[in-house]
Design a protein around this ligand. Structure first.
Ligand code: FE2
Ligand code: FE2
Length: 311
């Protein structure tokens, strides 16, 4: 079956998911089921992921507030997502980042889709990815895929959460100072302060949710003798993961806005050292955030869903 369009709003509630699953099962590889809905169908994403596995891409064609349309495209066999490519080889992750391909929040797409979106020649990018395998890594390579989920969760907290916490005060104060001194002559710096503060606020709340709710639960999943009925507050790990991925999308979008505002962190001519330091720290912060979200979205979360399904 080729592409299918389903208006979910006209279906009886009990028929919605079976109809979509049936259409997905019958659509040919490389083709899509497009669903039209009056609310965000994200829970369906996790249900499909849990029951059919990581064999599709999920792209919002329309993202509310009244109408949601999602293209669910069935992957052709053996087609890796860009999140999977990045998670298997840090040199390839570095290349994707250099090319401006978002593999953390947008990691569930195929390379073809990501290249199309960026206007890049997919054959050339494939060649470059192959060449990246021949590059000798600059430092020790960490094989995150081989780690236990508990160890990876601890690593994320100790490295990336700690980095965010250690830099929050500095970035909040520095962006405030720069906006106060130079904002009258350059209103972009006022917007930059507001976006920076918003990003820091969002992340502060987000880290607490991961450290207090989701990560402890993921660690419990690896505890011998763990039973699913011991969980509290949510029916499945997919629920908090969905919330965390929504937070990641929000943080990722704010980070992209900051990059655009600063013209890729290009320090304005004749700007003072404080502006230079702010731009430098914001770029460093974005780099850390990309790796942080990549480890969660592309490794920790899919593996936690897989593990819970097995229990
Ligand atoms: Fe995190
Ligand atoms: Fe996170």
């Amino acid at each position: 079956m080729n592409n299918v369009f389903i208006d979910v709003t006209v279906l009886e509630p009990r028929m919605k998911h079976p109809t979509i699953f049936d259409a997905f099962d019958n659509v040919a590889e490389g083709y899509s089921v497009v669903i039209h809905n009056d609310h965000d169908p994200k829970p369906l994403y996790y249900q499909l992921l849990g029951e059919r596995g990581n064999c599709f891409s999920w792209t919002y064609l329309s993202n509310g507030p009244e109408i949601w349309e999602v293209e669910i495209k069935k992957n052709e066999k053996n087609v890796e997502t860009i999140g999977e490519i990045a998670s298997k080889d840090m040199r390839k992750a570095a290349l994707l980042k250099k090319l401006g391909i978002d593999f953390c929040c947008g990691g569930k797409r195929s390379l073809e889709e990501a290249c199309l979106e960026k206007g890049l020649d997919v054959h050339r990018v494939k060649d470059e990815l192959q060449n990246a395998e021949r590059v000798t890594p600059a430092g020790p390579q960490m094989d995150f895929n081989s780690w236990t989920l508990s160890f990876l969760a601890d690593y994320i907290i100790n490295v990336h959460h700690t980095y965010v916490k250690e830099n929050t005060r500095l970035l909040a104060d520095l962006s405030e100072k720069v906006a106060g001194h130079h904002g009258a002559g350059n209103p972009m710096l006022i917007t930059l302060r507001d976006k920076t503060h918003e990003l820091l606020r969002e992340l502060t709340t987000h880290l607490k949710k991961e450290e207090q709710i989701l990560f402890p639960y993921i660690k419990q999943l690896e505890t011998p003798g763990f039973r699913k009925d011991q969980q509290q507050g949510f029916a499945t790990v997919k629920d908090p993961i969905w919330m965390m991925e929504s937070d990641h999308d929000l943080a990722g979008n704010l980070s992209k806005e900051i990059r655009q505002l600063t013209n890729d962190y290009t320090r304005p001519a004749n700007s003072c050292n404080s502006v230079g330091l702010l731009f430098h720290k914001l770029e460093e912060f974005e780099n850390d955030l990309i790796q942080h979200i990549h480890l969660e979205n592309n490794i920790l979360f899919p593996k936690a869903i897989e593990l819970e399904n097995k229990l």
